[in-house]
Design a protein. Sequence first.
Length: 371
Amino acid sequence: MSGPPPAPQPDSAAVQTHRFPCDQCGADYRFDPADGSLTCAHCGHQDQLTQTAPSALQELDFSAAVAAQLPDAEMETTRVTTCPNCAAQVAFDPVTHARECPFCATPVVADTGENRHIKPKGVLPFHQDERAAQKAMTDWLGSLWFAPNGLQEYARKGRKMDGIYVPFWTFDAQTQTQYQGQRGTIYYEEQRVKVDGKDQIRRVSKTRWRHVSGRVQRFFDDVLVLASQSLPKRNTEGLEPWDLSQLQPYQPQYLAGFRAEAYVVDLESGFKNAREKMDRVIQRDVRFDIGGDRQRIDQMQTQVSDITFKHVLLPVWMAAYKYRGKTYRFVINGQSGRVQGERPYSAAKIALAVALALLIVAGAAYFGGQL
């Protein structure tokens, strides 16, 4: 094996649909978030999934993965096609030849292509079903003052939403940080000033700085990093927090009836993003260790060891609506129901609000002049 497994092109993502035939009628099973079972959409037959304690999830060695020394059992290959509009790569099952891209609602025709990547190690099953996700989205749209009524009505019609497992990395690491900085202690001095020609005494705060140095250490557990570029980062980060204690060891049955996106942020890039998160926490630790009333950090040197990782899939409901020539995308946390999206604005509503505000101001000025 030569070189680490490449991620797909940085502006693409692989999305795969998983299907499992019913034992009784052969129709498709679908994972049911209500009771955690596989349920046949045709005959209603159920097949229970065996859930395992989250502690059974195995961490993988980061250095071994970067050196392309992971066992073949940790790798998989999917077949994908590229969306002509947003460049997302959408996977097709053998009997499907066309569908809409789940990321931008553009029609996509089947093609061929391959993506080899690290297998998921854990999955957070859907807890919110599609009906609950629809309600969460319409409630969120209803709370936006300037959202177009047409878009709200379009969303309320109950168009089918896509349940997608979005890829993330989690990283564990031990850190030790040597720092040099300054501890500031606030003290007060009295100063004589003149106010309206009279002498007054005022207390003025000043800071006395003293150089300090020290060491802090912290173990980071499950630092979460988005491994997708198909959705705006601000939206996916807005879906947090996730309860990762509910992660289950990966079983493809959890994906029955849903789609799963492959990562496009490779492992090393993911760890760079994780380091940025770690550094922000370490800075807070250093400031706390410096103490005093104010702190300055002059220098930090961090050693990172025992780095491990997991590739995990987290559940997201998604809708992409084209309204008056513009695409609006909404994402819902499939565990908690939290909603994020591209905020739509109605020019008519904004103009009406401005006109009403001007009328109120004019009315207040008129009645104020009559007093």
